[in-house]
Design a protein around this ligand. Structure first.
Ligand code: HPA
Ligand code: ZN
Length: 340
């Protein structure tokens, strides 16, 4: 019989927490730097890889934002999206809800239209061979809310132009010291426009930030949210309201949110009934794509077959696709899992 790791690897699944800029592999960074004549602070792919030894979220973000400077043209964003689709399909991802950070590119003079048109081009090719995808535009938490409001205003016509692709807004970047409520107005404006809302909270920051994302931003899904495990009242609420947490195990290990994968809270959250699932966050930086994340927790936390199945089905249930799509995807997973 196949091991749980192999069985999970072959199972249809959704990925709901992946930053497209975090899928930028070192080889592509150097290729695009050459194509666009962008100077990088690293002499070679090897020195860049050596810099991937992180002590915190900020130590990662400092490199991540510099590497994104190689993304300039529509073609670059299309190449990036195409490379992710290919990699995700190899892991049997059938649907992905993909974050992008427009402000980091717009600060360098790249137009929002260029970013979205390029990503759309790459993702559209995925549609043609059955890979479903949506985009979630993130606001950078280290910039003021006024900038997020300007970005949302500029993006609204694009939400209308790409309704099949651009469906949500999120909140990412530096967390500590910046509670989600700081972005209350921009999230209210997005909700009024009928846009889905999610936010990173409780990654490095405390459980209060998860409360804050739920109460002030009224998110329907929390990204990371692992700090919730320290607050029983919060866990009760997440279970009662069936709020999904998009957990990223290898990211948490690499950014020192957990010291050891054996101490990762995903198993206890799952056992307490929270709708958690497994995602890769920034796979080019954290040592693996979604199946590597499944393998890491299955091995370190000794997950049972039914627990792995629950994680996979949570990924399909927690996505923003229509009910009929979810029913079909869940039945494909069930048939695969039970071998019919
Ligand atoms: N946290 C916050 N911001 C991010 C992350 C993350 O894990 N990845 C990319 N931007
Ligand atoms: Zn993230």
């Amino acid at each position: 019989m196949a091991s749980s790791v192999e069985k999970a690897a072959g199972a249809p699944k959704a990925e709901l927490h992946v930053h497209i800029e975090g899928t930028l592999e070192p080889e592509l960074i150097f290729q695009l730097a050459q194509r666009n004549e962008v100077q990088l602070p690293w002499a070679s792919i090897q020195t860049l890889r050596q810099a991937y030894s992180f002590s915190s979220l900020q130590s990662f973000l400092d490199i991540y934002h510099v590497a994104t400077r190689v993304l300039v043209t529509e073609r670059d964003f299309a190449d990036l999206a195409r490379a992710y689709v290919e990699r995700a399909q190899a892991d049997k991802v059938i649907h992905a809800e993909i974050f992008f950070d427009p402000q980091t590119h717009m600060e360098r003079g790249v137009a929002l239209e260029t970013i979205v048109a390029g990503l759309e081009q790459g993702l559209k090719e995925g549609d043609e061979f059955g890979f479903s995808s949506r985009l979630i535009m993130c606001f950078l938490r280290h910039l003021p809310e006024s900038k997020a409001l300007e970005t949302l205003e500029q993006a609204l016509p694009l939400f209308s132009h790409y309704p099949h692709r651009l469906i949500g807004v999120g909140l990412d970047s530096t967390e500590i010291g910046i509670p989600p409520r700081t972005f209350e107005r921009v999230f209210a404006a997005a909700r009024r426009a009928g846009i889905e809302v999610v936010a990173h909270a409780g990654e490095e920051g405390p459980a209060e930030y998860v409360w804050d994302a739920l109460d002030a931003l009224q998110v329907s899904r929390v990204d990371h949210g692992v700090a919730s495990s320290e607050d029983d009242d919060l866990v009760d609420r997440l279970v009662r309201e069936q709020i999904p947490l998009t957990v990223c195990p290898l990211s948490n290990l690499r950014l020192k949110v957990v010291e050891d994968m054996k101490q990762h809270p995903i198993r206890s959250l799952l056992e307490r009934g929270v709708k958690v699932m497994v995602n890769s966050d920034d796979p080019a930086y954290f040592g693996g794509y979604v199946n590597d994340n499944y393998a890491a927790i299955i091995n370190s936390l000794n997950l049972s077959g039914p627990q792995v199945f629950q994680l996979l089905s949570n990924s399909l249930e927690a996505c923003f696709m229509p009910a009929e799509w979810k029913r079909n995807a869940l039945s494909a997973l069930t048939n695969y899992w039970h071998g019919t």
